[in-house]
Ligand binder design. Sequence first.
Ligand code: FDA
Length: 388
Amino acid sequence: MHVNTLILGAGAAGLMAAAQAGPDVLVIDHAKAPGEKIRISGGGRCNFTNMYCDPDSFLSENPHFAKSALARFTQWEFIEMIDRHGIAWHEKTLGQLFCDGKSTQIVDMLLKEMEKAGACLWLRTAIKDTRHTDGRFVTLLEKDGREIEVTSQNLILATGGKSIPKMGATGIAYDIAQQFGHDLTDIRPALVPLTFGDRFAPLAGVATNTRVSTEATSFSEAMLFTHRGLSGPAILQISSYWSEGQEIVVDLLPDLDLSNLLRDKRQTDGKRALSAELATQLPARLVSFLGQEIDLKGNIADLSDIRMDQLTEALTEWRLKPTGSEGYRTAEVTLGGVSTTGLDSKSLMSKHLPGLYVIGEAVDVTGWLGGYNFQWAWASGMAAARDI
Ligand code: FDA
């Protein structure tokens, strides 16, 4: 069979592209349902975009690459689309927008838009082979035990990254892009918990506000101790800037001048136990855990200026070396991907093979936590579809 456009992958980017690319479009996926990551995202309520979305919130070897697509389909345009479909939403924090109801509303919206556009969706369909001959793409698919050859003018790679293989992530977009002469950047799991053996197991479940930094940047958000190490938004964010062997620096009291507080308390409430005072600022379990690593014994009055400064440094510049990350098993995204050097930033089309497009997470554009990755999926899907 022949279609104008074949889209590989019915995730966020592929569905958006299919909804916009016109009638002669086939989108295929090996999963039994479309948009599975949309469904499970945001605890089932999908953090579908971010009000403060701008190119500075994305990582890429070319930090300018995402600008064009993001500017041509903004968070406001996506909000307009969901408003048109009567999907209620709210801001949770830091501009992160979530559905009031279930995230499947977003999948249903995209499927309705696709149907309206006349695009066709095949699920449980495997990709056996694809090549480019005589000016068109020839892709061999397997559906219901039958092999079907589909020829197309355009081929859109929208199969995402490698994160969460259990949900069907395969990295096939990288293989196909490479086969067609595209370079890949280094890839690794991102927005992922960091592991520390069982060091923090006694604190599993404790959460606290922090500022977590690497040399490159820092994030002020909550951090969560787990049986395997550290998680929570601050850690997921910093994981995208962390690489194996590096330290992270945790400020456990980002909103407090501890040194000043202790000096004041030494005058006014010197008999108070240091650990009791710290437990008013930090979770008590964390204070008793820290007491095994740092000397927290005695009253505030017993603290010399030097010890106060040492204590402040220990709590605001806690240097930690992760043993690794939880990997693709739990990573929300893959950092890196198909190099932007071979793609046109306006259309996401291959610079050397007209008709080939790469969109969504498969591209070397990775957003922060908080709705940025979906906004990139919508914007890049739209950019390709508008070009077709
Ligand atoms: P996506 O992964 O959505 O789609 C790829 C599709 O290709 C899938 O349907 C897959 O089945 C299919 N596929 C893969 N290999 C194939 C093969 N070999 N053959 C056929 N089909 C194949 N982002 C955000 O902005 N807000 C959020 O709240 C969240 N939350 C979140 C939670 C969790 C648990 C995860 C894992 C991820 C998030 N994300 C997120 C990230 C977000 O889900 C992700 O960035 C987008 O889904 C990427 O969209 P794509 O369409 O590029 O890939």
